[in-house]
Write a protein that binds this ligand. Structure first.
Ligand SMILES: *[C@@H]1O[C@H](CO)[C@@H](O)[C@H](O)[C@H]1NC(C)=O
Length: 596
């Protein structure tokens, strides 16, 4: 949790910047960007969450009412809307069916007229809700016509929608035919999309709804709402699939070291005089941890527990460490088990209480979270870690004043941990105490002249105040300090600089270069990937944007992060698909954009 303040912050800001500007993107830059902004628009509104259940219900109610009024058919796009009523009297009897030979002998004109008549009769039958008859009539129209018309198939599809149960597979097949004859047939697109959605072929449904929305120039609200709905279903479903099958893995080195960095180092536990192999393995694991060799630390601690640890204090350490790794690998339940077992063996290990607090926070139980902090304080009221982490929880809950008090307490107990100072300054800023915040930052810059973090976060705060040049100066200083140290380097200042250049001068090229450079140094920097994705999207580099969103999905750790990345990924993919299938439209859109 504490560690996520760093990189997650940037990602959030990138995305909120984009969503705050979505109107501007949508309205201001017109067509090609309509399409592009459209993606950002769907994605950001679908992220808003909240009372979607209600609105959906509301919509359904509305639909019902509409249907009652029309009293006709289930499918709102039924053929009645597009067809005139039959008027010819001289039509063959309904029962007359021609053989293939008879049809072949008929003159073309006669066949056309016959087809038109059959279609008209089909429409009449449809209106009377005689769907089987209508299907038969449309089928015969298809059989006799010398030149198949898309409407024959689309109308027959409408009948299949109205069968009970609806025959969605046939709807799809007929719409396929209709669309192969006229790819811009919006009604058929919407109809096929509905069927595909019902068949749970969500990716295909999204592709069709997206195309329908763009072809309608974003005027059709129902289609736009469908895009959002399917996008949400699709990303939620995919996210579940991915998370249930993906092997749990450690986050980036930067992330892990930030997490462990938020706990003050403790001396190694003392080995008992008579010790086992497991005991020795544990000590090796803790040494690997101290050397920031996390992969080995993880393997060794697992091994130690398997081999068996002979003394309670050692076991408690081991369980604490294994639980921490599980927590980092988003196995919250497993982490909790280990932490609780650890606290059972060593109730005075305040670190474990603090970590259990994080678990409860993760599980949405703030009450229990605070009880754990209280318990930790009972065991050691002078442990600065407790107050820092309680500050973090309060910060997340937007309780900035209390958060600031807790950070201050942490710094009075130990003033060597740079993040308590930084977080204090940020909490003061968030609670509207600008002067104090600036003073805290200036003090922190002076106290930690070799650390990049105060520079970076001070820069963020300046950026928030739109003091662009000052912000960039701080980011530059942070970049310089990071370059001076041995790798791995923290590339966040680089990404921030890019974002600042973009917000200040709309210099997309420079922003991209900053992010690319960041990625070269740290290919797992989610903030850089997310920013690049958004920047590419805004320039219409859809393919590259898609690549970046896919990468963002790979890097995403938690479920909300993954759903968010997948939402953008699928929205972008659907749009790319549109541009491939409707190149004329894509060209037209970008031309309009250039003129705007
Ligand atoms: C820290 O937060 C707790 C819980 O909200 C609050 O009761 C306390 O007053 C704050 N300050 C200190 C110094 O602990």
């Amino acid at each position: 949790m504490s560690s996520s303040t760093s990189s997650q912050g940037v990602v959030d800001r990138v995305q909120s910047f984009v969503s705050e500007n979505k109107r501007a993107i949508l309205i201001g830059t017109a067509a090609a960007l309509v399409a592009i902004g459209g993606v950002a628009y769907y994605a950001s509104t679908s992220r808003s969450g909240g009372n979607e259940g209600d609105s959906e219900k509301g919509e359904r109610k509305k639909d019902k009412k509409k249907n009652k009024k029309r009293k006709t058919v289930k499918d709102k796009d039924g053929p009645i809307l597009e067809e005139r009523a039959p008027k010819d009297a001289d039509v063959p009897e309904d029962g007359v069916v021609f053989t293939a030979e008879e049809i072949a002998r008929m003159p073309t004109l006669e066949r056309s007229m016959l087809a038109a008549t059959l279609k008209a009769k089909g429409n009449a039958a449809y209106q009377q809700r005689k769907f089987n008859t209508a299907i038969d009539l449309y089928s015969r129209a298809i059989q006799v016509t010398p030149k198949p018309e898309p409407v024959f198939f689309s109308n027959r599809a409408a009948c299949y929608v109205n069968m009970s149960p609806p025959e969605y597979q046939k709807v799809v097949e007929d719409c396929d035919m209709a669309l192969s004859l006229d790819s811009g047939y919006v009604k058929a697109l919407n109809r096929r999309a509905t069927a595909l959605e019902a068949l749970e072929q969500l990716e295909d449904a999204l592709r069709d709804y997206t195309a329908a929305t763009i072809l309608d120039k974003f005027q059709n609200e129902a289609a736009a709402a469908s895009v959002e709905r399917v996008l949400k279903k699709l990303s939620t479903k995919k996210s579940e699939e991915i998370l249930s099958t993906r092997e749990r893995r450690l986050p980036s080195h930067m992330f892990i070291s930030a997490y462990f960095g938020a706990f003050r180092p403790r001396p190694l536990p003392e080995l008992p005089a008579e010790h086992t192999t497991g005991d020795e393995t544990l000590i090796l694991g803790l040494q690997a941890l101290a050397a920031a060799d996390y992969v080995h630390a993880l393997t060794l601690v697992n091994e130690a527990i398997e081999q068996g640890i002979s003394w309670d204090a050692g076991k408690a350490e081991a369980l604490n460490l294994r639980g921490t790794f599980k927590f980092l690998m988003t196995d919250v339940v497993g982490a909790k088990e280990d932490f609780l077992a650890s606290i059972e063996l060593a109730p005075s290990l305040t670190q474990t209480w603090v970590k259990i607090a994080s678990v409860y926070m993760e599980q949405g139980e703030p009450q229990k979270t605070f009880e754990c902090f209280e318990e930790a304080i009972k065991h050691n009221p002078d442990d600065p870690d407790i107050y820092y982490h309680r500050g973090q929880v309060l910060f997340i809950m937007n309780e900035f004043t209390e958060a600031a008090e807790n950070y201050t307490k942490s710094t009075t107990l130990d003033d060597q941990f740079v993040f308590s100072h930084i977080q204090l300054a940020v909490a003061q800023y968030k609670s509207g105490n600008l002067a104090n915040s600036m003073a805290t930052f200036r003090r922190t810059l002076k106290a930690f002249p070799q650390r990049s973090e105060p520079q970076n976060y001070y820069g963020e705060l300046l950026l928030d105040q739109q003091r662009f040049q000052d912000a960039i100066d701080k980011f530059d200083r942070a970049i310089e300090l990071e370059r001076a140290k041995p790798p791995p380097i923290n590339v966040l200042p680089q990404v921030n600089k890019g974002l600042a250049l973009y917000q200040w001068k709309q210099d997309i090229g420079a922003a991209e270069r900053c992010c690319q450079e960041a990625l070269r140094a740290d290919p797992e920097c989610e903030a850089a990937v997310a920013t690049l994705a958004q920047l590419s999207l805004q320039q219409g580099k859809i393919e590259y944007a898609l690549e970046m969103f896919e990468r963002q999905s790979e890097l995403a750790r938690s479920e909300p992060e993954l759903i968010n990345a997948l939402t953008y990924q699928y929205a972008t993919a659907a749009q790319l698909d549109f541009m491939k299938h409707y190149p004329e439209m894509a060209g037209q859109l970008s031309q309009m954009a250039r003129m705007a």
